[in-house]
Design a binder for this molecule. Sequence first.
Ligand SMILES: Nc1ncnc2c1ncn2[C@@H]1O[C@H](COP(=O)(O)OP(=O)(O)OP(=O)(O)O)[C@@H](O)[C@H]1O
Ligand SMILES: [Mg+2]
Length: 272
Amino acid sequence: MSRITVDGVTKRFGDTVALDDVSFEVPQGEFVIVLGVSGSGKSTLLRCMNALETPTDGEIRVGDEPVNSPRNDIAMIFQQHNIIDQMTAYSNALTGSLNRNTFLDSLLQRQGEADKLQALEALDTVGLLDEAQQSAKRMSGGQQQRVGIARALVQDPTILLADEPVASLDPGSSQQVMGYLRTAARKRDLTAVISLHQVNLARKFGERFIGLRDGRKVFDGYRDEFDMDVIDEIYGDIDTEGMFAPDSDRDGDDGSIDDASSKPVSGGGMGQ
Ligand SMILES: Nc1ncnc2c1ncn2[C@@H]1O[C@H](COP(=O)(O)OP(=O)(O)OP(=O)(O)O)[C@@H](O)[C@H]1O
Ligand SMILES: [Mg+2]
């Protein structure tokens, strides 16, 4: 059961209220994008969901179980992909099985055949099977982030959290990485919660959207409701121009949602 519930979560850091009574529930298999300006609480929310932070009030649950410590069934992907430069893509992916093996097993590559197969399958899912033996340090930022996704998949989670996974990538690589993330989630029926700051990318890949502003949830809805008024509500007076990533690759087989409502929001700084 991989429904994840955020129930009345408040997180304070001293006088700062990073999250203010945030509640929502994500059913199994849903792909949710969290949006909000810098400081709105996106990272804090994801960190609470993975028990990297403890809410001041409220509770996170997976199914009916409170999340009080990091769990193997919740994988987290970070902006800085945290992969090991000196290792190959394959070895990096295989470290996702660390939860099932000792660190020494992992270093000595003593994992079982099933784990090795999973690492190769995960690399295949992110389009890197041919690069399995490539050293991570020779890979592009986008490829490294795809290795990070592969590693998260090898953990064999049911819930995938990602905190601005494409923030350090160029627009083309960002689309590609989001596409692989979306495809992987769909293939494995993962519950996914991803924070992003590019509105167009969010619209292209998101199924449901949660908007945070000053730690409060100001929007929670699906594609048909996620319009310019909502974007104004989330971003307020902030100029959203830079948040509209150029939208070059729209061939429909890139993992995006290829229905009529996936058209990019107009009015932003496209084509700059
Ligand atoms: N460990 C911490 N100690 C003190 N304050 C913190 C800590 N972590 C976050 N905050 C504060 O909580 C608020 C929310 O921060 P958070 O990092 O969750 O925002 P964010 O939406 O992820 O921003 P960004 O887009 O810049 O990553 C901010 O005011 C931030 O300064
Ligand atoms: Mg953040």
